[in-house]
Design a protein around this ligand. Structure first.
Ligand SMILES: NC(=O)c1ccc[n+]([C@@H]2O[C@H](COP(=O)([O-])OP(=O)(O)OC[C@H]3O[C@@H](n4cnc5c(N)ncnc54)[C@H](O)[C@@H]3O)[C@@H](O)[C@H]2O)c1
Length: 236
């Protein structure tokens, strides 16, 4: 049976993905530093490891110990607007941390590295976003995501690393972190509504964004083509 590593496995999307993988019979290791996730969201059938993707000795030890078949890399601090003001942290956590995982995946010949990039790679381009658009990120969060995508391409070219990139579009649903005022507009709106505050609207409020329900994409992320329902729209 496959052994899968889910980084960010205690986070919103990661907790759903862990359940999907367990349902498919995978042995799952969830690595999370709990900077934004919650351990009680991790399905107890998975092995939870409290630690950081920045700790490359830990990452190497986990790969050595578990011989992962698949790596699902979701760990990140996803605060796009804030990333201008936490540049070093953003690149250390979201880019260098990712490289630790890519290096280990190359060394241990994982079957596939699945990376959650972001709609942020498109910057100010107008929706609907298409994969044939040339990405032009406009903030450090998007730049880091695109850099990881490009590093994956180089790793495939040089070392044959197989990979898949998802570019989710404003995901919402159960387990969403609504306590962080910098993360994800739906969570920010929900938090404001629950406190009886008005929702913050920037500009004229006519901006358009694409939104995705977690239940529509979590079943697709493991690579289950049978999970694609006719009405579900995958974000790639
Ligand atoms: N939710 C969205 O709308 C959305 C959209 C596009 C892309 N993404 C990407 O999908 C991934 C998951 O997003 P999410 O919404 O579930 O966010 P989340 O914050 O709920 O989950 C991220 C998890 O990563 C963990 N983490 C952060 N830094 C870590 C580190 N150095 N080591 C180990 N764990 C670490 C956090 O504790 C958290 O549990 C992220 O990479 C994010 O950039 C999310």
């Amino acid at each position: 049976m496959p052994v899968s590593l889910v980084t960010g496995g205690a986070g919103f999307m990661g907790a759903h993905l862990v359940k999907e993988l367990l349902a498919m019979g995978h042995t799952v290791v969830a690595l999370d530093d709990l900077s934004g996730g919650f351990q009680d969201q991790v399905d107890p059938r998975a092995t939870f490891v409290h630690g950081s993707i920045n700790d490359h000795a830990l990452v190497d030890r986990l790969f050595e110990e578990h011989r992962f078949t698949y790596v699902y890399h979701l760990a990140a601090y996803a605060a796009e607007g804030l990333s201008h003001f936490i540049r070093r942290f953003n690149y250390q956590n979201n880019l260098i941390g990712s490289i630790n995982l890519i290096n280990a995946s190359v060394r241990h010949e994982v079957k596939c590295f699945v990376f959650t990039s972001s709609i942020a790679v498109y910057g100010a381009l107008k929706p609907p976003m298409r994969e044939d658009m040339v990405p032009v990120p406009e903030d450090p969060y998007g730049v880091a995501k695109l850099a990881v995508e490009m590093d994956l391409r180089a790793a495939r070219h040089m070392f044959g690393l197989n990979y898949v990139v998802f570019r989710p579009h404003n995901v919402y649903g159960e387990y969403q972190n609504i306590g962080d005022r910098y993360r994800n507009v739906i969570g920010i709106f929900m938090n404001q509504l629950m406190q009886g505050q008005p929702m913050s609207v920037f500009g004229d409020g006519e901006q358009q964004r694409a939104f995705t329900y977690i239940g529509d994409i979590a079943p697709i992320m493991p690579g289950r083509q049978d999970a694609i329902r006719p009405t579900a729209r995958s974000s790639t």
